[in-house]
Design a binder for this molecule. Structure first.
Ligand SMILES: Cc1ncc(COP(=O)(O)O)c(C=O)c1O
Length: 413
């Protein structure tokens, strides 16, 4: 018997050694991976160059850290398993009423008399709107947007192209078209991505329809001269709260048929929108509406306005670069005239020879989104002002050096 016990002990000990070796091996591999990642990330130039390209809105991260408990969501495993809510609907009516309330606080949209629709980010709703406006037409619709235009309109319309619609580029192609019968769908981005300008539809008349993309129509990014009141208005949580990863957007639609067609599109594509995304959005809306209800707007405006002032100050001493002009405007939300606080800088390289502005910025390890993506010359570049504090400070530092070196060169010459 003692011999048997010794054998068992020996077997246990060797199993334990095997486990320890496996664990050690796993830890070694994990630490090697982490080291590799650290090396990749410490290659600051590669990492940070890429960073300026996209519009990830992390500037609100500190706001949500300050509101961690009111915005936290916990979902137990058995909760919200059904496709639908208790009333058999795909949409949370509580969320709907909170969204309407947030608009009435921001004074940026008239939502009364319009139906609301949820989508997987505003991206999905933009596609749904093109489908809904074109599906019953007798001839295919030409889809257009005024340059400089947000690139996704072209990419998405081309990708989903069918016999009902086709992307035709800049709106001027239709404006100069003598055939007033041409069915047209115009994306109107207001404020515009990339230049922050407030826009109205260029095309008018019975055969022209507009989809208003109001992703940035919040006091964070623009004065609100009046509440928007168009037939199709699309908003997104990505730019209101910064939660781009939740993939949640909403549309207000006036016309019953257009609304029904958009709804069909969403249900065929998705069978309704994720209930977790709706819960997350509800919690964020509730957090926005606690206290004096204006905290997020005050915070976001102050931050974006401060960023714009710092950037403008650097560029103002340069002859090589210029920024878009945005005039102060009366804002219904702040009830006063306020200055600019755009989401993006639309930078122009002024020198004749600097026709590729990204190449010039590349000298300072900055790469923005090139003008050609927005349907204009590469003399223009979009720089995101929505990034984290660290990313923004690095951008300022590098631009500052670039402008300084311009002055040094001018002195020598
Ligand atoms: C003008 C505009 N519309 C729509 C979107 C897409 O937003 P979402 O994250 O809701 O799909 C963006 C994102 O940058 C945008 O700039």
């Amino acid at each position: 018997m003692p011999a048997m016990k010794a054998e068992i002990d020996q077997a246990d000990a060797s199993a334990q050694r095997r486990q320890t070796a496996i664990a050690r091996d796993a830890m070694y591999r994990a630490s090697t991976e982490i080291r590799k990642m650290q090396i990749d990330f410490s290659r600051e130039d590669v990492f940070c160059k890429v960073q300026q390209r996209c519009g990830d809105p992390l500037f609100l991260e500190p706001f949500w850290m300050q509101h961690a408990s009111t915005s936290a969501v916990v979902v137990t495993g058995w909760h919200r398993m059904s496709y639908t809510f208790n009333d058999h609907s795909f949409v949370s009516h509580e969320l709907e009423s909170h969204i309407r309330r947030v608009h009435s606080v921001a004074k940026n949209a008239i939502t009364k008399g319009k139906k609301i629709l949820f989508g997987g980010g505003s991206t999905q709703l933009l596609g749904a709107a093109v489908y809904a406006l074109s599906m019953n037409l007798s001839s295919p619709a030409s889809v257009v947007a005024a340059a400089p235009a947000y690139p996704l309109y072209q990419t998405q319309t081309n990708f989903f192209r069918n016999t009902h619609f086709e992307f035709k580029g800049d709106v001027t192609t239709l404006k100069n078209d003598s055939n007033t019968e041409t069915n047209a769908i115009e994306f109107v981005t207001s404020p515009n991505n990339p230049d922050g300008s407030l826009r109205e539809a260029v095309l008018q008349g019975v055969s022209a329809k507009a989809i208003y993309d109001h992703a940035y129509y919040w006091p964070h990014f623009t004065a609100i001269p009046a509440p928007a009141n168009e037939d199709i208005m699309i908003f997104t949580i990505s730019k209101l709260t910064g939660h781009a990863g939740s993939r949640f957007g909403w549309a207000f639609v006036k016309d019953e048929n257009v609304y029904e067609n958009m709804k069909t599109y969403i249900s065929v594509a998705e069978m309704g929108l994720s209930r977790e995304a709706q819960l997350r959005a509800l919690k964020l809306m509730k957090a926005i509406l606690t206290g004096n209800e204006t905290d997020i707007f005050d915070y976001a405006y102050n931050k974006m306005s401060d960023r714009w002032q710092k950037l403008s100050q650097i560029i103002s001493s340069s002859k090589r670069f210029s920024l878009q002009k945005i005039s102060p405007l009366f804002c219904n939300f702040f009830e006063k005239v306020r200055g600019p606080s755009p989401a993006y800088a639309w930078l122009k390289c002024e020198r004749e020879e600097d026709s590729n502005c990204n190449l010039v910025l590349g000298e300072a390890k900055i790469i923005g989104r090139a003008g050609n993506l927005f349907n204009v010359e590469d003399r223009y570049v979009r720089l995101s002002l929505l990034k984290s504090d660290d990313d923004f400070n690095l951008l300022l530092q590098r631009l500052g050096k670039l402008v300084e070196s311009e002055k040094e060169t001018a002195k020598i010459m």
